[in-house]
Design a protein around this ligand. Structure first.
Ligand code: FE2
Length: 161
């Protein structure tokens, strides 16, 4: 029982981070913190989380009964996580954020996504559905790529500012 709850929590957190990632790029853009030259490079980080979130939610919906998952619990954890990340972003950016800080916040968020999907590859060992592990590993690869993109931008931007 404890294990099921823990698995649900880990899945919820990962989905919540996807929700937050989409919002973060949008918000940073609306605050004028994303430079035009960076925007194109950040597109996958804005568009892919939406696809990843949908794919995860659909998969969970499909396997929930067989795995004994409480979908409502997963949804409430993901909502809570997304809200927490929004607060973290606000705190991180502070009063007068600049592009460098915005890029570094994205690195922080993508780093968290990498970690959470790494954790889910372990969790996958406790999930009967093979598709779950395949899906998690696929997203993990994309997250590694996101982290690499924003790290590169943060490294380039800091010597331009
Ligand atoms: Fe990501």
């Amino acid at each position: 029982m404890v294990e099921k709850k823990l698995i649900e929590q880990k899945i919820g957190e990962a989905i919540g981070l996807e929700k937050a990632a989409q919002k973060a790029v949008e918000e940073l853009k609306s605050k004028g913190l994303i430079k035009a030259e960076h925007e194109k490079k950040l597109v996958p980080m804005k568009d892919e989380p939406n696809k990843q979130q949908r794919e995860m939610e659909e998969l969970i919906e499909k396997i929930a009964e067989n795995e004994g998952f409480d979908v409502e619990n997963i949804n409430s954890v993901s909502e809570e996580t997304a809200q927490k990340v929004s607060k973290i972003m606000e705190t991180y950016l502070g009063e007068e954020p600049d592009t460098q800080e915005a890029l570094e916040f994205l690195c922080l968020a993508e780093g968290a996504e990498v970690t959470h999907y790494e954790v889910l590859t372990s969790v996958a060992k406790k999930v009967k559905s093979r598709k779950f592990g395949t899906q998690v590993r696929k997203i993990l690869k994309e997250e590694h790529n996101h982290l690499e993109v924003c790290t590169k931008l943060a490294k380039q931007n800091v010597i331009k500012e």
